[in-house]
Design a protein around this ligand. Structure first.
Ligand SMILES: C[S@@+](CC[C@H](N)C(=O)[O-])C[C@H]1O[C@@H](n2cnc3c(N)ncnc32)[C@H](O)[C@@H]1O
Length: 268
């Protein structure tokens, strides 16, 4: 569960980078200027896309610990480019659904993640919020799916597919029932209860004909997710997917997929 191919992560990496909320990223960089040497945890790091984006922006002395349960993805992480200064990169193979206790790290200033939060359960988020508070760490968690998918041109079937995808989002992804689109607002509320000042900002994917490969991959993944939760033969789904495929092939398909970026700092 919660397995992702390196090819999929490589396909989304440049789109993720372009979609991040710039205001919130700038806020993180402002916060960083008030910090010394940074100890950073990147949860569900995959092959390192989040660190590759953030570390050069943060600058200065940094120790990154990249955590994932997939040793194959961790093995693909190359040293981050453009990170002069004292810079340390460590990988930790760990199942975040169960073994937080093994993370014996006394000081963490920043907990970050990208494209992870929607996989996690209520209990998993509560444990995450508790750990962040214990460390008094800032939290920067980006690209969490928000439940919105808008295709252009619209087709009959779009809303039905979106509702079923969002139902699938709540199935177990290894942490117990996942929160899917509710995860980012839920973590925001949990952190606020723990004395954090929290900001949520949108970071939608805006895909055009130049992103045909990513559109095909999403279409195929979403059709599979819908089949998984509605196992009876579904002609409407086959027809819908064929029409969508044709539009992508013709260069006539646009797609917006909503995400949230979250930045939280401890109130002093
Ligand atoms: C959508 S990918 C995002 C990867 C990376 N952050 C990025 O932006 O490219 C989600 C990542 O979470 C990891 N993951 C999922 N469930 C996990 C778990 N229980 N413990 C640790 N890592 C997990 C997956 O292996 C995968 O690398």
């Amino acid at each position: 569960m919660g397995r992702f191919s390196a090819d999929w992560l490589a396909l989304r990496e440049p789109v993720d980078a372009a979609s991040r909320n710039q205001e919130l990223t700038a806020r993180l960089c402002d916060w960083r200027r008030g910090q010394g040497h940074l100890s950073v945890l990147d949860l569900g790091s995959g092959a390192g896309a989040n660190g590759r984006f953030l570390a050069p922006l943060l600058g200065g002395g940094q120790h990154w610990r990249l955590i994932d349960h997939d040793p194959g993805l961790l093995a693909r992480i190359a040293p981050f480019p453009d990170c002069p200064g004292p810079f340390q990169l460590e990988t930790i193979c760990l199942d975040l659904a169960g073994s937080w206790e093994r993370l014996d790290i006394p000081q963490v200033q920043l907990v970050t993640a990208s494209a992870l939060l929607d996989l996690i359960s209520t209990d998993g988020l509560a444990r995450l919020a508790r750990r962040c508070q214990t460390w008094q760490a800032a939290v920067f968690i980006v690209l969490s799916y928000d439940g919105t998918i808008h295709w252009e041109p619209a087709l009959a079937g779009d809303d039905r597919v979106c509702k079923l995808i969002n139902r699938h989002q709540h199935t177990d992804k290894g942490f117990g029932p996942a929160l899917g689109p509710d995860a980012a607002p839920m973590l925001a509320a949990m952190l606020e209860e723990r004395g954090y000042q929290v900001e949520l900002q949108p970071s939608p994917w805006q895909l055009g004909p130049e992103h045909a490969s990513l559109q095909y991959a999403l279409l195929s993944g979403w059709a599979a997710a819908v089949r998984e939760i509605t196992p009876e033969p579904a002609d409407w789904l086959r027809i819908w997917a064929k029409q969508r495929e044709h539009l992508i092939e013709q260069g006539d398909s646009r797609l917006v997929v909503g995400h949230w970026d979250l930045f939280a700092t401890v109130n002093s």
